[in-house]
Design a protein around this ligand. Structure first.
Ligand SMILES: Nc1ncnc2c1ncn2[C@@H]1O[C@H](COP(=O)(O)OP(=O)(O)OP(=O)(O)O)[C@@H](O)[C@H]1O
Ligand SMILES: [Mg+2]
Length: 438
């Protein structure tokens, strides 16, 4: 087996929430990046992929475990490791050439050598002739090429790419990805290993020798999958499609999780991350699923194609439908349930009713909010206590996101109403009377 360049051993990382409580973000993360390989990392938003990359780049430290770079413990940014970010992070007042030279300046490389190496890196990534341009004069794809040239100019051993293609439109992203793969195969890059974080399953399968699938709360490697197909890989080939299917299956397995050992079930469920899915998308996907050509059964890659959503937009929607039992996820396929059929075929009133029922039965946070409102004589409560509850387990942005989702779903199910101006959640009109009449 090839030599490990970066090794992560039993890595744990905890962040402090706004209220000072500790929240484990990574736990027992254990893998190596080996000489000659491209590894792709997939996983839900917030599962800690960027945190892993920052640990590998020596930008932050682990609380548990060790990161080794070429056998030595990593104690800070290492010379041989470069990172490319999603946002291009270029200095707008510097030219392409100056932006690329920056990395070398910090390392005390002499002036002429700096200029020569920057020119080489710029040419390598296909931007020759644009040395004097300012970032605003470039397209998004070209700007990201500058970002990559800046990472390559230091001749890194390891290149870490954090969603480097996701801010680009599809074609531009694909072209850049292809160019990097060509450079990689031709051996003109000094880089010995690459780790690529992606939200796109096809991208992962086309690029990588190995795909790591992350899970969240706390983040860890859930699955690894070797991709042994010859290169270049045609995304539409039977072999690539089959692997994409397999990754979908892995990523959707156990999506609606059971309580962990030792976890108090109600409590755990109450603060579970809800999949980030808005109601319009859930409706849209169910309608698509029920109709021709799917007739209630589809594999997720096909559905992605038909729905024109990306993987990262589509997966939470599929998870949400499964959570509410309107559909069932099974090995990367989505099947509509009889209830889902009734929902898809129903008028507004029926949809609200079914959605509300399912919400109260399967989403403890929504049931908790409803129950709390019913305890109040006024039938209304501020969103603050719910946000506080969620913040005990999630960081501030995530807590807010989960509450927003619960609120949006609750409104659709007519389980409660929300006033965006006052931040008050209240029982729907008529709900109190209905209670009293019972
Ligand atoms: N400096 C920090 N302080 C506190 N919490 C943090 C910090 N950095 C990251 N987190 C939290 O750690 C978790 C993992 O974040 P990270 O950015 O690594 O996830 P990710 O998998 O890269 O997500 P995405 O796919 O959205 O980029 C998130 O809940 C995030 O809010
Ligand atoms: Mg990230």
């Amino acid at each position: 087996m090839a030599q490990a360049i970066i090794e992560l051993r039993e890595i744990g990382k905890t962040f402090r929430s706004a209220d000072g409580s500790a929240r484990p973000v990574l736990e027992g993360v254990d893998f190596s990046l080996r000489e000659g390989e491209i590894v792709a990392m997939l996983g839900p938003s917030g599962s800690g992929k960027s945190t892993v990359l920052r640990l590998m780049a020596g930008l932050i430290r682990a609380d548990q475990g060790a990161v080794r770079y070429r056998g030595q413990p990593l104690h800070g940014p290492a010379r041989g490791i470069s990172m490319v970010f999603q946002s291009f992070a270029l200095f707008p007042w510097l030219t392409v050439q100056q932006n690329v030279e920056l990395g070398l300046e910090a390392r005390g490389v002499a002036r002429e050598e700096r200029a020569r190496r920057a020119e080489d890196a710029i040419a390598l990534i296909g931007l020759a002739g644009f040395e004097g341009a300012l970032p605003r004069e470039l397209s998004g794809g070209m700007r990201q090429r500058v970002g990559i040239a800046r990472a390559l100019v230091t001749e890194p051993d390891v290149l870490l790419m954090d969603e480097a293609f996701s801010a680009l439109d599809v074609l531009t992203g694909e072209r850049l990805r292809e160019d990097i793969l060509k450079l990689w195969r031709s051996g003109t890059m000094p880089t010995k290993a690459m780790l690529v974080v992606s939200h796109n399953i096809e991208e992962a399968v086309v690029m990588a020798d190995r795909v790591l699938v992350f899970g969240s709360d706390p983040g860890r490697v859930r699955f690894q999958l070797a991709v042994q197909l010859p290169r270049p890989r045609d995304p539409d080939s039977v072999e690539v499609r089959a692997l994409i299917d397999e990754v979908y299956a892995l990523m959707t397995a156990g999506a609606v999780r059971a309580a962990r050992p030792g976890e108090e079930p109600e409590r755990a469920y109450l603060t579970d991350r809800l999949p980030e899915a808005d109601v319009a998308r859930m409706d849209g996907l169910l309608e698509l699923l029920v109709d021709e050509p799917f007739n209630g059964h589809a594999d997720l890659p096909q559905l992605v194609e038909e729905s024109e959503l990306t993987d990262s937009e589509m997966l939470p929607v599929a998870h949400a439908l499964a959570l509410l039992r309107l559909a069932q996820l099974d090995r990367g396929d989505l099947h509509i349930t009889p209830l889902g059929r009734r929902y898809a075929g129903g008028e507004h009133a029926l949809r609200h009713e079914i959605f509300g029922q399912q919400l109260l039965t399967h989403v403890p946070l929504a049931a908790h909010i409803r129950h709390s409102l019913e305890q109040e004589p006024s039938g209304e409560l501020s969103d603050k206590p719910f946000l506080r509850l969620l913040s005990e387990h999630l960081d501030a942005t995530e807590a807010e996101r989960v509450l927003n989702t619960a609120i949006e779903w609750g409104r659709h199910g007519e389980v409660y109403e929300y006033d965006y101006n006052t931040g008050l959640i209240h029982l729907p009109e008529g709900a109190e009377d209905a209670e009293a009449a019972e």
